[in-house]
Design a protein around this ligand. Structure first.
Ligand code: MN
Length: 260
């Protein structure tokens, strides 16, 4: 197998080296990862500046870009061959529920899927990141890589994998959970007396719904959520169907008048 490995925690992350070692048991692994931490960068792509790739050792490249850049440049520019699999991780921290849209780890797997390559995003769903915990995550990444190799994945689908701390009780196929949003913005004064804000500072919590990724991880199971790129809410068609006929007409003159 030819496997491309990336992450959003940067090339120095312990999760990346554990993942690389675990997957080398299955074939050739090429690391193409950001040269620094790029967590919560989502699916950002560098379009307005050049990218540099530094070959740090054989089959290991550091890129001054995003996780999505790494997959894109890795496949088109560095590997010059389509890998059999892209694995992103092992992220230091969970990627569960509504948080997936922020995740650079998940976006890298998304990018691979767009390019027609099967992909896994793997995260260690814990607050502490002991070597032993990373090893379990690495083992599960390898197990799932074997499953992808043997069975493939459905079209346009990739797997979001969260491994709990400690030895997992097994795996559960899950759906995306729901985040409980705390409206916490820290507002304070900097040393020069100017106001600054810090977002995302609230305590992270999720609804404990049966069948979700959060529910599985809370109970020490590896959570495997099949994701796809189509964000359409098909269930909403029924309620919104009449909009096309009932949307009120607004005269162009009226709009011009208002914008004056
Ligand atoms: Mn990260």
């Amino acid at each position: 197998m030819l496997i491309l490995v990336t992450n959003d925690d940067g090339i120095h992350s312990p999760g990346l080296s554990v993942l690389t070692k675990a997957l080398r048991t299955l074939g050739r692994v090429v690391v193409v990862a950001p040269d620094r931490e790029r967590s919560a960068i989502s699916h950002a792509l560098t379009l307005h500046s050049p990218l540099r790739a530094v070959e740090r050792s054989d089959d290991c490249w550091a890129i001054d870009g995003t996780p999505t850049d790494c997959v894109n440049l890795g496949i088109h520019g560095l590997l010059r061959a389509k890998p059999d699999l892209v694995v992103s991780g092992i992220n230091q921290g969970a990627n569960l529920g509504d948080d997936l849209t922020y995740s650079g780890t998940v976006a890298a797997a998304m990018e691979a899927t767009l390019m027609g390559v099967p992909a896994l995003a793997v995260s260690l769903a814990a607050d502490r990141f002991a070597e032993e915990d990373f090893l379990w995550s690495g083992r599960w990444a390898a197990k799932l890589a074997v499953m992808v190799k043997n069975h493939g994945l459905p079209a346009d689908t990739f797997l979001n994998v969260n491994v709990p701390a400690g030895s997992p009780r097994g795996m559960k196929l899950t759906r995306q959970g729901k985040r409980r949003y705390a409206d916490a913005v820290v507002r304070n004064l900097d040393p020069r007396g100017r106001t600054y804000y810090w977002i995302g500072a609230g305590e992270l919590s999720f609804h404990d719904l049966e069948g979700t990724d959060v529910h599985a991880v809370e109970r020490d199971f590896v959570s495997v959520t099949p994701l796809h790129l189509d964000l359409t809410n098909y269930a909403a068609f029924e309620r919104l169907r009449h909009w096309a006929d009932e949307t009120p007409a607004i005269e162009t003159d009226e709009l011009n008048e208002r914008s004056r």
